[in-house]
Design a protein around this ligand. Sequence first.
Ligand code: HEC
Ligand code: HEC
Ligand code: HEC
Length: 440
Amino acid sequence: MRSGGSAARALILLATGALCSFEGAAAGVAAQAPGASATLIEQGRYLATAGDCISCHTRPNGAPFSGGRALDTPFGVIYSANITPDADTGIGTWTEQQFARAMREGIAADGTHLYPAFPYTAYTKVSDHDVRAIYAYVRSLPPVNYSPPRDAMPFPFSVRTLLAAWNTLFFEQGRYVPDATRSDEWNRGAYLTQGLGHCGACHTPRNALGGERTALALTGGDYLDEVADEVVDGKIVPMDERTVRPWAAANLTSAPGGLGAWSLDAISGYLKTGHSARAAAFGPMSEVVGNSTSRMTDADLHAIAVYLKSLPPQTPAVPGTPGPGKLRAGEIAFTARCADCHLPTGLGIPRVAEADASKTAPPLAGSAAAQAPNPATLINVILYGAHERASSQGAWPEMSGFELSVGLDDEQIAALATYVRSSWGNRAPAVDAGAVGKQH
Ligand code: HEC
Ligand code: HEC
Ligand code: HEC
């Protein structure tokens, strides 16, 4: 079972190609959701895209929405459900009320509690109309007979009834309530970000039991992703063994270590194309962009940007000052290995006509990816490089990591990462060698 990485991504492209052909067929099988008009189904298709159902509900090589993708959590592996309208293995017998209860309360048709790896904690905000439309859409999909593997959750997490207690502690049920003091656009952005977009599922830090720390909403979270491929002798080959790698999802508030330096257009452009003048999506965010945000309307992406830019600057971890020895070692490594492209000033080389294309690079000064509370993404970039999965016009060239870290030990890589996180106005906690060691 593989997810993440370019092989999986290619499959998702195939899957979404297949999706387009379903769209044509949708009207013909609409009778499956009684009373659903073609318009409602089409609205549901768009909303399911905004909710990125396909990413989690499609396993590599599997039919779209038929489930079985392994999702890694700190508590164990959970497989997504088959949400095609197959009567035996999918949700073909579910009523709209049962579907709505799953989306809003995390409870399946038979009363079983669902794990919050399914982001019902965010989807609870979705309006009645939008839940009805998504139901109409998923009921219009071709039924696929497939049962996902059983969960690999160790005791006590295997006991689903305990989720009732979890919900009491960490889950607040309820529809999105518009803020009358804000514009319609802001409210649309808040609705999408907090609800279907479930951005906080990755970008909000969680407590020891996996509950979102709402006081620190969108200040940066952790995410585990399976690695599909690796580079051997300069060639990309599939991974031999199932490998999971930690990532940090950046701070999305307007803190200097978050989106403080991003314009509205940089945010909406990044969500549309996967890149902006400030950064590109190269990790798990590539899949979010590829399957979800790149297929959303410009108006909705602008609304998300307006909402994100309005979030007061908040930084969860206040860093100490790293020792001068560590910073000096980091600066030496940076100057030798990174400054050619990112420049000694950390300002990078913009993609302008006269720039040497092989040296252009986004700024590291003010980078949200580099300053995420958890250094996991920065460490991945140094060890494995950064490249956009879905290249489009104006994309950044690839940053190859494999040569860049050759010959550095974990201590030196930690010093390099610490230097990037403490220079040019950047301020994020120092990195220790142990954190680097875990990501080899
Ligand atoms: C982040 C991953 C993720 C996303 C995104 C996601 N799901 Fe799921 N979903 C899951 C997982 C995992 C399960 C199984 C949970 C369990 O077994 O407790 C699940 C279960 C479900 C179920 C219950 C099915 C059953 O048979 O019990 C429904 C219905 C569902 N999802 C619908 C959706 C819809 C509709 C969307 C998009 C709006 C969506 N999901 C997006 C991960 C996801
Ligand atoms: C599956 C987890 C996940 C979800 C869901 C997710 N993100 Fe991300 N996001 C990440 C990770 C991890 C990164 C770090 C870079 C990467 O993966 O390319 C990131 C990076 C970003 C960045 C760029 C930061 C930088 O400096 O590179 C922005 C902006 C962003 N996400 C916005 C969003 C928004 C808006 C949403 C909701 C619509 C969202 N993300 C949903 C995981 C996620
Ligand atoms: C050959 C030019 C080049 C070199 C050398 C280089 N980079 Fe990069 N770097 C890039 C490019 C291009 C990107 C954008 C690629 C992408 O995200 O798809 C990038 C992206 C990054 C990012 C992500 C920025 C963000 O906000 O999303 C970080 C962090 C980074 N580089 C750090 C480093 C470090 C540390 C080194 C030295 C070990 C280094 N780079 C060396 C070209 C380079």
